[in-house]
Design a protein around this ligand. Structure first.
Ligand code: UT7
Length: 331
């Protein structure tokens, strides 16, 4: 299938809240250990947003940095898509608050909910809308305040997640080698909704005075099962975009995967036959920030010089739904 008029990533940005929560801090809250968390996940610390710091605030800060790098004024951005499972409010969309924070009054703004895969879902949607000529540019953001949806008494989940935001500006590529998005792919398996969800707080299970003590509006996960699906789906998804982009594993300078677990990332690198030094990780510092994770990682890889102009980058993600997605970019 044709990928249409070339669209590129013109700038990236990210924002992490100041407060650091270490594994030692978690040892004081739940029955866990630094040793368990590091060997099972690779995570050493995560960031926690302030009480009055919402998903939209973090999203806008990451978005402003991406706009600055792209050299585009907020007033000139035409589309804002925020991927999040931790919106400021159920309605309106977090993207509407972001539009207001940025002063991007000319933009159409909406959210998408695809959990950890949301940023790449947003990338595919924005790419298509730009290549079809509906918009000239777009600001896509993955942003989460997961700390507000964690059961801090559940050691099987509370050690895994963190808060933050990452963003990218997309526009029509002016010339080849402009950060062009070469291929994208995404998928969903709704048979597996039970594996990872926030069961309460929606219309199926509103929080009432009778169930308020059950913490139903917090993240629940069957980790071991999710792990197996993550490895299979991310491997398949990455392989598809590599092939669609006309590339081979050895052409990939950097894989930027979803940052959930170092063991998952190791397994994917091995199955894709990509050496570990060509895989970007930062989950050690931030934990799993769901939709924000791959966006923050992409921005850090970009700004640290881990990706150089003309090199091929593969992004690959996986999350609740189950959902998965991948993208191949010529940087
Ligand atoms: O971002 C969306 C996608 N999410 C993912 O990709 C996450 C996928 N899953 C994972 O990363 C891993 O499954 C986890 C990190 C969540 C868990 O690691 P695991 O090696 O699969 O551990 P497990 O759930 O099988 O639990 C092993 C043991 C259990 O004890 P028993 O039953 O063997 O006695 C747990 O109770 O570890 C125990 N455990 C803990 N111990 C200390 C679970 N959480 C903790 C903890 N500290 N925080």
């Amino acid at each position: 299938m044709s990928e249409g008029i070339p669209v590129c990533i013109a700038g990236t940005g990210s924002y992490l809240p100041e407060k650091v929560m270490t594994n030692a801090d978690l040892e004081k809250i739940v029955d866990t250990s630094e040793e368990w968390i590091v060997t099972r996940t690779g995570i050493r610390e995560r960031r926690i947003a302030a009480e009055d710091e919402f998903t939209s605030h973090m999203a806008a800060k990451a978005g402003a940095k991406a706009l600055e790098q792209a050299g585009i004024e907020a007033a000139d951005i035409q589309l804002i898509i925020v991927a999040t499972i931790t919106p400021d409010t159920l309605t309106p969309a977090t993207a509407c608050y972001v539009q207001q924070h940025l002063g991007a009054q000319g933009a159409v703004a909406f959210d998408i909910s695809a959990a950890c895969s949301g940023f790449l879902y947003a990338m595919k949607i924005a790419k298509r809308l730009i290549s079809d000529g509906a918009f000239e540019n777009a600001l896509i953001i993955g942003a989460e305040k997961l700390s507000a949806f964690i059961n801090w008494e559940d050691r099987s989940t509370c050690v895994l997640f963190g808060d933050g935001a990452g963003a990218a500006v997309l526009r029509k590529a002016e010339k080849p080698g402009d950060g062009e998005i070469l291929a994208t792919e995404m998928g969903t398996d709704g048979r597996q909704t039970r594996l990872l969800n926030i069961p309460g707080g929606g219309s199926a299970c509103p929080i009432t005075i009778n169930n308020a003590d059950q913490r139903l509006a917090t993240l629940a996960m069957l980790g071991r099962e999710v792990f197996k699906h993550a490895v299979t789906r991310m491997k398949q998804s990455a392989e598809k975009v590599i092939e669609r982009a006309g590339l081979k594993a050895e052409d990939i300078a950097l894989v930027v995967p979803h940052q959930a677990n170092l063991r998952i990332i190791d397994a994917i690198a091995e199955r894709l036959d990509v050496p570990y030094d060509r895989v970007f990780t930062n989950l050690q510092k931030y934990g799993n920030t769901s939709a924000a994770a791959v966006a923050i990682a992409l921005d850090e890889a970009n700004r640290s010089g881990a990706i150089k102009k003309g090199e091929h980058v593969v992004l690959v993600v996986f999350g609740a739904g189950l959902t998965w997605a991948a993208g191949a970019i010529r940087w």
